[in-house]
Design a protein around this ligand. Structure first.
Ligand code: HEC
Length: 136
């Protein structure tokens, strides 16, 4: 009898301890969630990728990076000011038009909208803004 009481007591205590562990891990979970909400790029990007209108950086990463990051196929390399200065001097509207309609130029061929016709004009422009912003 005494043994059973001790056993129940220890189970009861054990149960309480487990509850405390559950509570603290639940709180830990909450903190982790709050931290994820305030975390900058990665979590936000994952969410925003599901929405139809993507920002310039996301469009760039999805549809432009293949050529423009390393300067493949004659594409002006993002971040290389000397390659962009003359282009930027033409004005943003000219660059938007090139990106939306494509370019068959002296440096190479760029497909309309980077080859992704599903992009909206606004998305392409946002990507151009992003690229120009990194290249001046
Ligand atoms: C298949 C490779 C390729 C992809 C993908 C690509 N580009 Fe290009 N892009 C080029 C090439 C090549 C040029 C240079 C053409 C020339 O001037 O002869 C260029 C030029 C440009 C220019 C300068 C145009 C000008 O008038 O000087 C802009 C702006 C641009 N690209 C934006 C984009 C954007 C935005 C995307 C993504 C939506 C993209 N590109 C995707 C190959 C690419």
């Amino acid at each position: 009898m005494e043994y059973t009481r001790q056993l129940l007591e220890s189970i009861g205590l054990e149960g309480q301890r487990l509850q405390m562990i559950n509570l603290s891990s639940a709180m830990g979970g909450q903190f982790a969630f709050a931290a994820a909400e305030t975390a900058p790029a990665p979590a936000k990007n994952a969410l925003a990728a599901a929405t139809p209108e993507r920002d310039g950086q996301q469009v760039y990463q999805a549809s432009c990076v293949a050529c423009h990051d390393a300067g493949i196929a004659g594409a002006p390399k993002v971040g290389d000011r000397s390659q962009w200065a003359k282009r930027i001097a033409k004005g943003l509207d000219a660059l938007y038009a090139s990106a939306v309609n494509g370019v068959n130029g002296s440096a190479g061929v760029m497909p309309a909208k980077g080859g992704n016709p599903a992009l909206s004009g606004a998305e392409v422009k946002a990507a151009v803004d992003y690229m120009v912003g990194r290249s001046r």
